[in-house]
Write a protein that binds this ligand. Structure first.
Ligand SMILES: Cc1ncc(C[n+]2csc(CCOP(=O)(O)OP(=O)(O)O)c2C)c(N)n1
Ligand code: SF4
Ligand SMILES: [Mg+2]
Length: 756
């Protein structure tokens, strides 16, 4: 085989996520389907920013959740082009069900897995608990220990996965924050053509976009065929192991950067060794140097490939090592070691001559740092076992704190009594004629008597609209409540363990499934009351709080809860973006608005599609009460809250949506918040109305009050949309105005019609 000529390199200083994006730009995938989740989000953000500047032509498709993203990617890959995705932690788990579909039908694509601890509890920092869930999906897995390897492995992944004997999707896994967010000196090809030449044209022996050659993708397949399908997948894994060394060698010649299947450091003559993945293995090298300087014969091993598992390489590398400590950044609970430990131990067992003693340790969970001293301690434990010829503690955790069993948790604030939580000034009565509710609430001053169910002192940004809105809403709710929060700013800033700003019972579930969770709790409440296990005279109102993002990814469960008619209130605070993760677009974000995944540049004008009308979607479930409102619109929100509770008490499902400002992402002066909400209502972007038992009623009509303003006036108040008022974006503005007008006229017609 002839040697490949070295291609010119450019030196830079970049983070892992940036390197994934640079590689994607050089590969120029046909499409990226994605959904934001820390710490992988920056990859899509970077690529979107590059797209806006015309640096690549990858079609960027924002999904409604990771399951959707995986589906978009699968659909795109059956279309025969190159496809990219990036995710972490819960995102991987939420998409997981799609992964065997992709590998089982043998459509290659690349997924960057920026590793992070799997929830719960929710932790955004890095470990390998997510990666370990991917081991049985039939995807190839490359590991990238530093930003340089992130770039290189992304390029190698395309060529490997598309190899005609392989045809499998590939995960490139690197450590969240440690690698994704740390800048390092890196090199990459100066000319993207070098990457194009290396990966070659996209190889698609069959695809769904060739009507002259129709194919059936994913037939219904039972015994006796399925085992054959899986056997072929197994053969593809074997082929992948066979072809990878050549691909890596060729890549090494082209780039000057060489990657063995199993990376070994100072393993010559090593009596004791440490096995670890990715960034921890880099840290361990320093510990090896220290111990070697002190005369200890130690070394470190770390694979660059996890699937197929390099078992023979481990057997070879550890043939004469007396003891090895295998460190796992994730546990396989109850198995006596994490997956890496189990697989290394199994690999050694296949060599009857092998006498290496194995120690398994779980370390670094939830982003816990792994220092050189920690690696040195692991190596010393392996040395001690090697010297003693036996292992005292085969499996243990490292770095945990057993806690103080005597510690008593206390309430920082007293619980709110029923009496305190019941205001005389809120009155709800059923209208005997219409069957609808009439509400009377007291003055703003009288309403201040309501206890604050969410205590001040949480960590929201100054001027954040979430808490004033929630506070106003909860003033209209009487008696005991249980709150369920979706993941989002409202949740993150109120519950940083071990503190909580919630004075009433609070439950969190991830934002794809809160409505179902609260449904379950509501049913349990009913059933336990029916069985006499809970007092029949004690009443609880169940309220779920979600951001607009939670109503993208969690839309299905929300509709499900509404269709089942569970007595609960779903309150959405719509701040028009995924703010907690850094202002990515949500489906509620206005057309043309700038966000970190909808940039404004010569090739992109912010978000490319219209804002979602979630209230109308929920109204189509025919639940008894739907409303919209906003903070600072008098007592509108308090009145609607009281009505919402009346319906929930009657056994109905309620959905409410409140416009909630976010100064840092909408980019206006904090103190202008109420004006911005008011302007959104006055320009009819945010119609304020209710749908009670199917009848729509505008509760604020800016036209009737002669307060209507042009849409551009509201858009001009915020830097995220101000560009739409410039002449070059007149066409986008005109489309936006027409859509707002259409929706407003339709609502007005419904308001005026006796039946609608
Ligand atoms: C399955 C899954 N995907 C993604 C995330 C990351 N994530 C957490 S909160 C959030 C955005 C929430 O947006 P929204 O509901 O609008 O609330 P906000 O942050 O704006 O308050 C995202 C993308 C996650 N935790 N789990
Ligand atoms: S980012 Fe926006 S929504 Fe989140 S706490 Fe700050 S102001 Fe509130
Ligand atoms: Mg939001």
């Amino acid at each position: 085989m002839s040697a490949t000529k070295r291609a010119e390199q450019r030196i830079d200083f970049r983070k892992g996520n940036e390197m994934a994006a640079v590689a994607a730009r050089h590969i120029n995938y046909h499409l990226m389907g994605y959904y934001p989740i820390t710490p992988s989000t920056e990859i899509a953000e970077e690529l979107d920013a590059m797209f806006a500047e015309g640096e690549h032509s990858i079609r960027m498709v924002p999904a409604d959740g990771e399951h959707g993203a995986a589906g978009i990617c699968y659909g795109a890959s059956v279309g025969g082009g190159r496809v990219l995705n990036a995710t972490s932690a819960q995102g991987l788990l939420y998409a997981l069900e799609q992964f065997p579909v992709q590998s089982g039908t043998r459509f290659p694509m690349v997924l960057n897995l920026v590793t992070r601890s799997v929830s719960g509890p929710l932790d955004i920092l890095g470990d390998h608990s997510d990666l370990y869930y991917a081991l049985n999906t039939g995807w190839l897995i490359l590991l990238a220990r530093d930003p340089q390897a992130v770039y290189d492995m992304n390029v190698v992944a395309v060529r490997w996965g598309e190899h005609p004997e392989v045809r499998l999707p590939v995960i490139v896994a690197f450590d969240g924050f440690f690698t994704s967010h740390q800048k390092r000196k890196v090199s990459y090809f100066a000319d993207a053509q070098a990457v194009q030449n290396f990966i070659g044209p996209c190889q698609t022996p069959y695809h769904a976009l060739d009507p002259e050659h129709p194919i059936t993708i994913g037939p219904y397949m039972n015994d006796p065929d399925l085992i054959n399908n899986k056997y072929q997948l197994h053969l593809a894994m074997q082929a992948a192991a066979r072809v990878l060394p050549d691909i890596l060698r060729e890549y090494g010649e082209l780039s000057g950067r060489r990657y063995p299947i199993l990376e070994s450091y100072q393993m010559e003559g090593a009596e004791a060794a440490l096995v670890a993945l990715n960034s921890a293995a880099e840290t361990a090298r320093e510990a090896v140097d220290q111990l070697r300087a002190a005369g200890e014969p130690v070394g470190v091993l770390s694979p660059n490939v996890l699937r197929p598992f390099p078992a023979s390489e481990f057997r070879e590398a550890l043939r004469s090592t007396k003891a090895v400590l295998i460190a796992d950044r994730g546990d396989s609970y109850g198995a006596g070691g994490g997956n890496l430990s189990l697989e290394v131990r199994a690999a050694l067992k296949e060599d009857p001559q092998n006498r290496t003693l194995c120690l398994s340790r779980v370390y670094g969970l939830g982003g816990r740092d792994f220092y050189v001293e920690d690696a040195a301690e692991f190596l010393r434990q392996a040395v001690a076992a090697a010297r003693a010829g036996r292992v005292e503690v085969p499996f243990d955790y490292f770095g945990q704190n057993p806690g103080d069993p005597e510690h008593k948790f206390k309430h920082y604030q007293p619980p709110i009594s029923l009496k305190e939580a019941t205001l005389d000034c809120v009155k709800v009565e059923k209208d005997a004629g219409t069957g609808r509710f009439n509400v009377k609430v007291g003055t703003t001053r009288q309403l201040t008597a309501a206890p604050q169910r969410i205590a001040p002192g949480h960590g929201a940004c100054p001027g954040c609209g979430i808490f004033p809105s929630l506070d106003q809403f909860l003033k209209g709710i009487q008696g005991h409540i249980v709150l369920l929060f979706h993941t989002g700013c409202g949740m993150v800033v109120t519950t940083g363990y071990p503190y909580s700003a919630h004075r009433v019972t609070y439950v969190h579930n991830l934002f794809q499934n809160g409505a179902a969770t609260l449904s379950g709790l509501v049913e349990m409440y009913r059933e336990r009351r029916r069985r006499g296990e809970l007092p029949s005279d004690q009443e609880i109102t169940f309220i779920m709080v979600s951001g607009d993002g939670g109503m993208d990814i969690g839309m299905g469960p929300a509709i499900g809860a509404a269709l089942r008619g569970h007595p609960m209130i779903l309150l959405e605070y719509d701040n028009q973006g995924y703010m907690n993760t850094g202002n990515q677009l949500s489906y509620a974000t206005p057309l043309g608005a700038a966000s970190s995944t909808s940039h404004v540049g010569p090739y992109e004008v912010g978000k490319g599609f219209f804002h979602k009308d979630t209230a109308q979607i929920m109204a189509a479930t025919y639940c008894p009460y739907v409303f919209t409102s906003g903070e600072g619109l008098g007592t509108d929100l308090v009145q609607k809250a009281a009505k919402a509770q009346a319906y929930a008490r009657e056994g109905g499902f309620v959905y409410g949506r409140v416009l909630s400002v976010c100064p840092p992402s909408w980019r206006y002066e904090e103190r202008q918040g109420t004006k911005v909400v008011k302007a959104a209502a006055d320009c009819c972007f945010w119609p304020v109305y209710e749908i009670e038992q199917g009848k729509t009623r505008l509760t604020y009509d800016p036209e009737a009050k002669d307060k209507r303003i042009p849409l551009a006036e509201w858009l001009g108040m915020m830097a995220r949309t101000r560009h739409l008022t410039r002449p070059e974006h007149a066409e986008t503005l005109a489309r936006f105005e027409a859509e707002v007008e259409r929706r407003w006229r339709r609502l007005k017609a419904m308001h005026e019609h006796p039946l609608l």
